[in-house]
Design a protein around this ligand. Sequence first.
Ligand code: UTP
Length: 288
Amino acid sequence: MQNMVKKAVIPAAGIGTRMLPGTKAQPKEMLVIVDKPVIQYVIEEAVQSGITDILIIISEGKEVLREHFSKDQVLEDLLKRKGKTAELEEIIKLTSLCNIQFEYQHEQKGLGDAILCAEKFVGNDPFAVLLGDTIIESPQPLTGLLALDYEKTKSPVVALQQVDLSIAHRYGVFVGEKIGERFYKATQLVEKPLKDNIPSNLVFSGRYVFTPDIFGHLRKTAPGVNDEIQLTDAMRSLMTERDLYGHLFDGVRHDVGNKLDFIKTNITLGLKREDIGKELGDWIRTLS
Ligand code: UTP
């Protein structure tokens, strides 16, 4: 995909408490789905969407994320010697996906604070945000679709999914006016609303396109829900100055940062694989 949005920020500095003890020494963004870490799926979506420059926000102890995308000559030589050509190609491809840089978030003060760490990298350009623990399955790369929306509106746009009202309190909730088939203009945004006061079943899905003016709003955002600097609060502040849109995407979101979705994602994507899908399906049918 060709578009004007060339930069992406991937926050991956969180503590991952919902997957402890699995994420004590292993970043949740490095958890393997079939045979690839979550973050690799995220970066592949970005690249397919036309992104050329990525900044991954990490925290101390998560350097393995950097290692995954660095050249490993010893491994390459070993695979060459063993004649493992397909594996070698995969490893070489990893280091040439696009330009990937890293920045530290020293204290885990929330998603909004993590994005604030990307201010210098972003400069004056529009940019995408892709959550590092979220895989999106959709007919077209979702970030690319948001970038096309940005080109039409020159406004920030967030990906939305529809969920059952009974679970909407776990998410950032979007309230808006429908202005196109899958397109909404935001009227209100609420981070993790109270269970008995859910204003809409449209929720954020871990993909966004922003303009650099979000940083001014992030800087003045006080800690909110869970005592974290919430991206949703900064977006609500941004809405006092400009329009913000929502794109209800066609596809599935996999939040790999919780146990149930982690297992479901492995099965869902495993079933779609040519090498193991059939056998996995046969085995699942034997369970009852
Ligand atoms: P989550 O909201 O899932 O937070 O982050 P978390 O702290 O990692 O996980 P739990 O809730 O404790 O289990 C969504 C994305 O934002 C990043 C995470 O790494 C994840 O990819 N994040 C979150 C940051 O980069 N910094 C933060 O301070 C919080």
